[in-house]
Unconditional design. Structure first.
Length: 202
């Protein structure tokens, strides 16, 4: 695989985030997609920037975006390598005025993610990494530092659960985990950038 152009990719993810922010905490119009999930002008603005940027960076690699996913399986099934994009992950949080939304980009090959990026528009922070490439957190000012899996805490382990899509089955599972392990659970409500945050030990 060619060297990963982290600089260009991080800059692209940040540009997409900057296109989102003018719509944040504004009177944004919300439409429903075919699956009843919400979409806004912010989703589409980020999508257009990412699609154009990725095609310019690698014209031979197709782009599959959440905002342009009506590509027939008969065509996608022949793809060996493609960009997988969610221009605005956490649209419901974005609409509610929360800071918990991200820009997500990954390169997939033969059904396996080679590397990915998660940008946090509000802070300008970007997480990126991949198999054999390490994992990094880059601040808005360009300072980057490696991150790694935290050590297992002695007093509790963390369960990531959705705060928007809970269910009686989920609550039963969490209760059972606590009883079986005999260990206190630390429950983190699911948000788009909770996984890199857990990696950093937060």
């Amino acid at each position: 695989m060619r060297p990963v152009p982290w600089g260009e990719l991080v800059a692209l993810v940040r540009r997409a985030g900057e296109a989102i922010l003018p719509h944040w905490c504004a009177d944004v119009v919300v439409r429903s997609k075919a699956d009843e999930s919400p979409v806004t002008a912010a989703d589409l603005a980020a999508h257009h920037i990412l699609e154009a940027g990725l095609r310019a960076l690698a014209p031979d690699i197709p782009v599959l975006s959440e905002e342009d996913c009506e590509i027939p399986l008969s065509e996608r099934g022949h793809w060996r390598r493609w960009w997988l994009v969610d221009p605005l992950d956490g649209t419901k949080e974005f609409i509610s005025g929360s800071e918990e939304f991200t820009v997500n980009v990954a390169l997939v090959e033969d059904g396996r993610v080679l590397f990915g990026l998660v940008g946090v528009p509000v802070s300008g922070r970007c997480y990126y990494g991949g198999a054999g490439l390490g994992a990094w957190r880059e601040e808005a000012d360009g300072r980057a530092q490696p991150i790694s899996v935290r050590l297992e805490p002695e007093e509790a382990f963390t369960v990531v659960a959705s705060k928007r899509h809970s269910s009686p089955q989920q609550e039963s599972l969490l209760s059972g985990l606590a009883s079986e392990s005999g260990t206190r659970l630390s429950i983190s409500t699911l948000r788009p950038f909770i996984f890199p945050s857990i990696l950093c030990g937060r």
